[in-house]
Design a protein around this ligand. Structure first.
Ligand code: NCD
Length: 324
């Protein structure tokens, strides 16, 4: 693996290796000193052209726990607002010696362009591009599901996952559908017809316009945020109508099997796609997803930066563990 652009690029073995490595990284998070010397002297740039809370700080925490130097770059307040192109930004990062670039961009395909154009030598990690993909989110979701639904197993064979809501605008849904099917899970996308993506027939999933019949068979239900900022038209009659048909409330949650978990990538519209009591219930793993995100991003950075290329470089015998 040289870049992490799409979960569709991952073989089952690569996906399982990422999840297994994340499992080791998670145990680091449980130590009093949450730091490994692995990426000492490496530079990770967080290049965020779109708003983000958890993904950006999660990548930052992940890189810091591996002792990398982290540079945070937000497009707002940078030369991008003066009209600088992605190419010139990339050339600047290359000149500064970035080993990895974590990029979030409003345009689908921007990370792939950065990886293919040859402007920069760094490993590129897609942290969300338009409505296309968000591979580390899918990996942290799969990691969370494996812990709860298939502990000790490699994949998620035969587990049933319902992904519900604004699938059309969701990079999380696409990355999850691809990864979960690679891991052997059965995915059902549930959305109103207006929010089901075109070409969904070619995805490795089932689809349904109706939530209630899907719930009793689901091992995990993933609620998606209604992405109003990406909507330029009316996709449903009213918020109330949407919640009534596609929202997860206590009554609907009761239709899930006993062991099933409730997920959401965040940020949540409480009261819209999920009620507050469901979000805060004992079945909700939403806060744990955030914790797991750091471990998964540590695994991704570790495998991309210290994989093949590290064999020749210096080892880390003089540990910096303990340094802040
Ligand atoms: C998601 C995203 O940005 O794609 N959030 C996240 O990264 N945790 C989902 C969303 O914005 O609804």
């Amino acid at each position: 693996m040289r870049h992490l652009l799409s979960t569709g690029d991952l073989t089952r073995d690569e996906a399982v290796l990422l999840l297994d490595t994340a499992e080791e990284m998670r145990s680091v998070a449980e130590r009093p000193i949450k730091k490994l010397p692995t990426l000492r002297g490496r530079t990770v740039v967080n290049l965020f052209f779109e708003d983000s809370t958890r993904t950006r700080i999660s990548f930052e925490a992940a890189a810091k726990r591996l002792s990398a130097d982290v540079i945070n770059f937000a497009a707002k307040g940078s030369s991008v607002s003066k009209g600088e192109s992605l190419k010139d930004t990339a050339l600047t990062l290359q000149a500064m010696g970035a080993d990895a670039v974590v990029i979030r961009h409003g345009a689908s395909g921007a990370p792939a362009r950065l990886a293919a154009a040859g402007w920069i030598d760094s490993a590129i990690l897609n942290a969300g591009d338009g409505s296309h993909e968000h591979p580390t989110q899918a990996l942290l979701d799969a990691f969370t599901m494996r812990r709860h639904l298939a502990p000790g197993q490699h994949g998620l064979d035969g587990r049933r996952v319902a992904i519900v809501g604004d699938v059309l605008h969701s990079r999380v849904a696409r990355s999850n559908a691809l990864l979960l099917s690679t891991l052997g899970a059965e995915v059902t996308l549930v959305a109103p017809p207006t929010l089901m993506p075109y070409g969904v027939d070619s995805w490795p999933v089932e689809t349904s316009y109706d939530l209630d019949p899907v719930l009793p068979k689901a091992d995990a239900v993933m609620m998606l945020r209604v992405q109003r900022e990406r909507m330029n038209a009316a996709y449903f009659p009213s918020a109330r109508e949407y919640s009534r048909r596609y929202g997860l409330d206590g009554k609907r949650m009761a239709k899930l099997p006993e062991h099933a978990i409730v997920m959401h990538p965040g940020p949540m519209n409480r009261g819209m796609e999920i009620t507050a009591d469901v979000a805060d219930s004992t079945r909700s793993v939403i806060v744990e997803q955030v914790t797991n995100g750091v471990a998964v991003r540590m695994a991704a950075l570790y495998l991309l930066l210290s994989g093949a290329r590290d064999a020749a470089s210096e080892n880390t015998s003089d540990t910096t563990e303990g340094q802040a």
